[in-house]
Design a protein around this ligand. Sequence first.
Ligand code: GDP
Length: 276
Amino acid sequence: MHIHWFPGHMTKSLREMEDSLPLADIVLYVLDARAPQSCINPIFGEKVGHKPIIYILNKADLVLEAEVDKWVGKLSAQNTAAVKLNATASGGGKIIFPLIKKLAAERLERFKNKGLSCGLRGMVIGVPNTGKSTIINNLCGAAKTITGNKPGVTRGKQWVRVNEYFELLDTPGTLYPKLSDQATARKLAYIGSIKDEVTDTLGLAYAFIEDVHSLYPDVIKNRYGVEPQISAAETLQLIAKARGHMQRGGVPDVERAAIGLLDDFRKGRLGKIILD
Ligand code: GDP
Protein backbone atom coordinates (compact mmCIF):
# COMPACT_ATOMS: atom_id res chain seq x y z
CA MET A 1 0.00 0.00 0.00
CA HIS A 2 1.29 3.44 -0.90
CA ILE A 3 -0.17 6.55 0.68
CA HIS A 4 -0.09 9.31 -1.86
CA TRP A 5 -2.07 12.34 -0.97
CA PHE A 6 -2.29 15.92 -1.98
CA PRO A 7 -3.93 17.77 0.86
CA GLY A 8 -5.70 20.30 -1.34
CA HIS A 9 -8.59 20.71 1.07
CA MET A 10 -6.22 21.87 3.76
CA THR A 11 -4.87 24.95 2.04
CA LYS A 12 -7.63 27.14 3.47
CA SER A 13 -6.99 26.10 7.04
CA LEU A 14 -3.29 26.51 6.41
CA ARG A 15 -3.75 30.06 5.19
CA GLU A 16 -5.88 30.84 8.23
CA MET A 17 -3.15 29.53 10.45
CA GLU A 18 -0.53 31.65 8.74
CA ASP A 19 -2.70 34.69 9.44
CA SER A 20 -3.07 33.90 13.13
CA LEU A 21 0.32 32.51 14.01
CA PRO A 22 2.17 35.86 14.01
CA LEU A 23 -0.31 37.14 16.63
CA ALA A 24 0.48 34.33 19.07
CA ASP A 25 3.20 34.64 21.74
CA ILE A 26 3.28 30.96 22.52
CA VAL A 27 2.38 27.83 20.55
CA LEU A 28 0.66 24.76 21.95
CA TYR A 29 1.76 22.05 19.53
CA VAL A 30 -0.47 18.99 19.92
CA LEU A 31 0.97 15.55 19.18
CA ASP A 32 -0.66 12.15 19.42
CA ALA A 33 1.23 10.35 22.20
CA ARG A 34 1.05 7.13 20.16
CA ALA A 35 3.15 8.66 17.38
CA PRO A 36 4.73 11.89 18.69
CA GLN A 37 7.58 12.14 16.21
CA SER A 38 5.33 11.43 13.24
CA CYS A 39 3.03 14.29 14.27
CA ILE A 40 5.81 16.89 14.09
CA ASN A 41 5.97 18.55 10.71
CA PRO A 42 9.37 20.20 10.36
CA ILE A 43 8.12 22.52 7.62
CA PHE A 44 6.25 24.41 10.27
CA GLY A 45 9.31 24.97 12.39
CA GLU A 46 10.11 27.99 10.25
CA LYS A 47 6.64 29.42 10.57
CA VAL A 48 6.64 29.06 14.34
CA GLY A 49 9.98 30.88 14.40
CA HIS A 50 11.39 31.65 17.84
CA LYS A 51 8.13 31.48 19.73
CA PRO A 52 8.12 29.29 22.81
CA ILE A 53 6.49 25.92 22.10
CA ILE A 54 4.70 23.58 24.44
CA TYR A 55 4.47 20.10 22.96
CA ILE A 56 1.31 18.48 24.30
CA LEU A 57 1.52 14.70 24.04
CA ASN A 58 -2.20 14.16 23.99
CA LYS A 59 -4.11 10.87 24.29
CA ALA A 60 -1.50 9.86 26.84
CA ASP A 61 -4.17 7.61 28.34
CA LEU A 62 -3.63 5.30 25.33
CA VAL A 63 0.10 4.80 25.96
CA LEU A 64 2.10 3.31 28.83
CA GLU A 65 3.24 6.10 31.13
CA ALA A 66 6.94 5.19 30.90
CA GLU A 67 6.82 5.34 27.09
CA VAL A 68 5.20 8.75 26.95
CA ASP A 69 7.57 10.03 29.65
CA LYS A 70 10.50 9.14 27.40
CA TRP A 71 9.09 11.39 24.69
CA VAL A 72 8.37 14.18 27.15
CA GLY A 73 12.06 14.09 28.04
CA LYS A 74 13.20 14.01 24.42
CA LEU A 75 11.03 16.95 23.40
CA SER A 76 11.87 19.22 26.32
CA ALA A 77 14.55 21.75 25.44
CA GLN A 78 15.43 25.39 25.80
CA ASN A 79 12.42 27.49 24.88
CA THR A 80 10.29 24.36 24.52
CA ALA A 81 8.42 22.34 27.10
CA ALA A 82 6.65 19.03 26.74
CA VAL A 83 3.84 17.52 28.74
CA LYS A 84 1.53 14.52 28.57
CA LEU A 85 -2.21 15.01 28.63
CA ASN A 86 -5.55 13.27 28.43
CA ALA A 87 -7.64 16.10 27.07
CA THR A 88 -10.90 14.25 27.65
CA ALA A 89 -10.30 14.49 31.40
CA SER A 90 -11.14 17.82 33.01
CA GLY A 91 -8.54 20.16 34.47
CA GLY A 92 -6.12 20.48 31.53
CA GLY A 93 -5.35 24.02 32.65
CA LYS A 94 -3.73 22.81 35.88
CA ILE A 95 -1.24 20.92 33.73
CA ILE A 96 -0.70 23.46 30.94
CA PHE A 97 -0.86 26.88 32.67
CA PRO A 98 2.22 26.39 34.89
CA LEU A 99 4.26 25.60 31.75
CA ILE A 100 3.00 28.71 30.00
CA LYS A 101 3.95 30.74 33.05
CA LYS A 102 7.41 29.22 33.10
CA LEU A 103 8.14 29.63 29.38
CA ALA A 104 6.84 33.18 29.26
CA ALA A 105 8.21 34.23 32.66
CA GLU A 106 10.32 37.10 31.33
CA ARG A 107 7.55 38.54 29.30
CA LEU A 108 5.07 38.27 32.15
CA GLU A 109 7.57 40.00 34.44
CA ARG A 110 8.01 42.88 31.98
CA PHE A 111 4.28 43.41 31.79
CA LYS A 112 3.98 43.33 35.56
CA ASN A 113 6.77 45.92 36.00
CA LYS A 114 5.02 48.26 33.61
CA GLY A 115 1.83 47.77 35.56
CA LEU A 116 0.08 46.44 32.50
CA SER A 117 -2.50 43.73 32.59
CA CYS A 118 -0.95 41.02 30.53
CA GLY A 119 -2.48 39.59 27.44
CA LEU A 120 -0.22 36.71 26.59
CA ARG A 121 -1.66 34.98 23.56
CA GLY A 122 -1.51 31.31 22.65
CA MET A 123 -2.58 29.19 19.74
CA VAL A 124 -3.18 25.46 19.44
CA ILE A 125 -1.72 23.76 16.35
CA GLY A 126 -1.25 20.17 15.18
CA VAL A 127 -2.08 17.62 12.52
CA PRO A 128 -5.72 16.43 12.24
CA ASN A 129 -7.33 14.27 14.93
CA THR A 130 -4.71 14.82 17.63
CA GLY A 131 -7.29 16.40 19.96
CA LYS A 132 -6.81 20.12 19.28
CA SER A 133 -10.50 21.04 19.63
CA THR A 134 -10.81 18.91 22.72
CA ILE A 135 -7.87 20.76 24.27
CA ILE A 136 -9.29 24.18 23.42
CA ASN A 137 -12.61 23.21 25.01
CA ASN A 138 -10.80 21.81 28.02
CA LEU A 139 -8.68 24.95 28.57
CA CYS A 140 -11.43 27.43 27.86
CA GLY A 141 -13.71 25.43 30.13
CA ALA A 142 -15.87 27.77 32.13
CA ALA A 143 -14.53 30.80 30.26
CA LYS A 144 -16.44 29.91 27.19
CA THR A 145 -17.87 26.83 25.59
CA ILE A 146 -17.05 26.68 21.92
CA THR A 147 -20.49 26.80 20.41
CA GLY A 148 -19.76 26.15 16.75
CA ASN A 149 -21.63 27.53 13.82
CA LYS A 150 -24.99 28.01 15.43
CA PRO A 151 -27.06 30.90 14.12
CA GLY A 152 -26.42 34.00 16.15
CA VAL A 153 -22.99 32.88 17.33
CA THR A 154 -20.20 35.07 16.02
CA ARG A 155 -18.28 33.26 13.38
CA GLY A 156 -14.59 33.57 12.80
CA LYS A 157 -11.79 33.55 15.29
CA GLN A 158 -11.82 34.90 18.78
CA TRP A 159 -9.30 35.20 21.54
CA VAL A 160 -10.78 33.71 24.65
CA ARG A 161 -9.46 34.89 28.02
CA VAL A 162 -8.81 31.72 29.98
CA ASN A 163 -7.05 33.19 33.02
CA GLU A 164 -5.62 36.49 34.26
CA TYR A 165 -2.58 36.42 31.96
CA PHE A 166 -3.52 34.14 29.08
CA GLU A 167 -5.77 34.29 26.03
CA LEU A 168 -6.28 31.40 23.64
CA LEU A 169 -7.41 31.46 20.04
CA ASP A 170 -10.68 29.52 19.91
CA THR A 171 -9.80 27.93 16.55
CA PRO A 172 -6.95 25.46 16.16
CA GLY A 173 -4.33 25.70 13.43
CA THR A 174 -4.32 22.55 11.34
CA LEU A 175 -0.98 21.33 10.03
CA TYR A 176 -0.46 19.02 7.08
CA PRO A 177 0.39 15.50 8.04
CA LYS A 178 3.94 14.90 6.93
CA LEU A 179 4.18 12.32 4.21
CA SER A 180 7.92 12.44 3.72
CA ASP A 181 8.25 8.71 4.15
CA GLN A 182 5.74 5.89 3.98
CA ALA A 183 6.38 4.57 7.47
CA THR A 184 5.39 7.96 8.91
CA ALA A 185 2.43 8.29 6.54
CA ARG A 186 1.14 4.90 7.66
CA LYS A 187 1.35 5.82 11.33
CA LEU A 188 -0.51 9.07 10.68
CA ALA A 189 -3.18 7.11 8.83
CA TYR A 190 -3.50 4.61 11.70
CA ILE A 191 -4.09 7.38 14.24
CA GLY A 192 -6.73 8.91 11.96
CA SER A 193 -4.74 11.98 10.96
CA ILE A 194 -4.98 11.13 7.27
CA LYS A 195 -8.61 10.62 6.39
CA ASP A 196 -9.65 7.07 5.51
CA GLU A 197 -11.29 8.34 2.33
CA VAL A 198 -7.89 9.07 0.85
CA THR A 199 -6.35 5.77 1.85
CA ASP A 200 -7.41 2.27 0.96
CA THR A 201 -8.92 0.85 4.14
CA LEU A 202 -8.11 -2.76 3.39
CA GLY A 203 -4.52 -1.98 2.45
CA LEU A 204 -4.20 0.15 5.57
CA ALA A 205 -5.56 -2.63 7.78
CA TYR A 206 -3.12 -5.14 6.26
CA ALA A 207 -0.22 -2.79 6.86
CA PHE A 208 -1.46 -2.14 10.41
CA ILE A 209 -1.66 -5.87 11.14
CA GLU A 210 1.95 -6.29 10.03
CA ASP A 211 3.27 -3.21 11.84
CA VAL A 212 1.44 -3.84 15.10
CA HIS A 213 2.36 -7.52 15.07
CA SER A 214 6.05 -6.73 14.77
CA LEU A 215 5.82 -4.29 17.72
CA TYR A 216 3.28 -6.11 19.90
CA PRO A 217 3.03 -9.78 18.90
CA ASP A 218 0.13 -10.53 21.29
CA VAL A 219 -2.22 -7.69 20.47
CA ILE A 220 -4.30 -9.41 17.76
CA LYS A 221 -4.62 -12.62 19.70
CA ASN A 222 -5.57 -10.83 22.91
CA ARG A 223 -8.29 -8.77 21.29
CA TYR A 224 -9.78 -11.19 18.77
CA GLY A 225 -8.65 -14.63 19.93
CA VAL A 226 -7.08 -15.11 16.52
CA GLU A 227 -3.63 -16.52 15.79
CA PRO A 228 -1.84 -14.11 13.38
CA GLN A 229 -1.06 -15.77 10.04
CA ILE A 230 1.91 -15.16 7.76
CA SER A 231 -0.37 -13.23 5.43
CA ALA A 232 -2.13 -10.21 6.90
CA ALA A 233 -5.04 -10.83 4.50
CA GLU A 234 -5.61 -14.24 6.10
CA THR A 235 -5.35 -12.76 9.57
CA LEU A 236 -8.01 -10.19 8.68
CA GLN A 237 -10.29 -12.96 7.36
CA LEU A 238 -9.96 -14.75 10.68
CA ILE A 239 -10.71 -11.51 12.54
CA ALA A 240 -13.82 -11.02 10.39
CA LYS A 241 -14.99 -14.55 11.19
CA ALA A 242 -14.23 -14.17 14.88
CA ARG A 243 -16.24 -10.95 14.97
CA GLY A 244 -19.11 -12.49 13.03
CA HIS A 245 -18.66 -10.09 10.11
CA MET A 246 -19.94 -12.38 7.36
CA GLN A 247 -21.41 -11.68 3.96
CA ARG A 248 -24.00 -13.84 2.27
CA GLY A 249 -22.63 -17.20 1.23
CA GLY A 250 -20.35 -17.40 4.24
CA VAL A 251 -17.72 -15.02 2.89
CA PRO A 252 -15.91 -13.03 5.60
CA ASP A 253 -16.60 -9.28 5.32
CA VAL A 254 -13.00 -8.13 5.49
CA GLU A 255 -13.86 -4.48 4.72
CA ARG A 256 -15.97 -4.33 7.83
CA ALA A 257 -13.32 -6.09 9.86
CA ALA A 258 -10.73 -3.59 8.57
CA ILE A 259 -12.82 -0.62 9.68
CA GLY A 260 -13.43 -2.27 13.05
CA LEU A 261 -9.76 -3.05 13.57
CA LEU A 262 -8.62 0.52 12.87
CA ASP A 263 -11.40 1.88 15.05
CA ASP A 264 -10.40 -0.46 17.88
CA PHE A 265 -6.84 0.89 17.68
CA ARG A 266 -7.94 4.53 17.55
CA LYS A 267 -10.19 4.16 20.58
CA GLY A 268 -7.54 2.32 22.56
CA ARG A 269 -9.37 -1.01 22.58
CA LEU A 270 -6.27 -2.91 21.45
CA GLY A 271 -4.49 -1.82 24.62
CA LYS A 272 -1.67 0.67 25.13
CA ILE A 273 0.33 0.97 21.95
CA ILE A 274 3.06 3.40 20.88
CA LEU A 275 4.26 3.41 17.28
CA ASP A 276 7.21 5.86 17.43
P1 GDP B 1 -8.66 17.68 16.29
O1 GDP B 1 -8.98 17.22 14.89
O2 GDP B 1 -7.19 17.74 16.50
O3 GDP B 1 -9.36 18.96 16.70
O4 GDP B 1 -9.17 16.52 17.27
P2 GDP B 1 -10.50 16.44 18.19
O5 GDP B 1 -10.38 17.36 19.36
O6 GDP B 1 -11.69 16.57 17.33
O7 GDP B 1 -10.36 14.94 18.76
C1 GDP B 1 -10.32 13.81 17.90
C2 GDP B 1 -10.81 12.57 18.65
O8 GDP B 1 -9.89 12.23 19.68
C3 GDP B 1 -12.16 12.79 19.34
O9 GDP B 1 -12.89 11.60 19.22
C4 GDP B 1 -11.76 13.04 20.79
O10 GDP B 1 -12.77 12.68 21.70
C5 GDP B 1 -10.55 12.16 20.94
N1 GDP B 1 -9.61 12.65 21.97
C6 GDP B 1 -9.15 13.91 22.13
N2 GDP B 1 -8.27 13.98 23.15
C7 GDP B 1 -8.17 12.72 23.66
C8 GDP B 1 -7.41 12.13 24.73
O11 GDP B 1 -6.61 12.78 25.43
N3 GDP B 1 -7.58 10.79 24.94
C9 GDP B 1 -8.43 10.04 24.19
N4 GDP B 1 -8.52 8.73 24.48
N5 GDP B 1 -9.16 10.56 23.18
C10 GDP B 1 -9.03 11.88 22.92
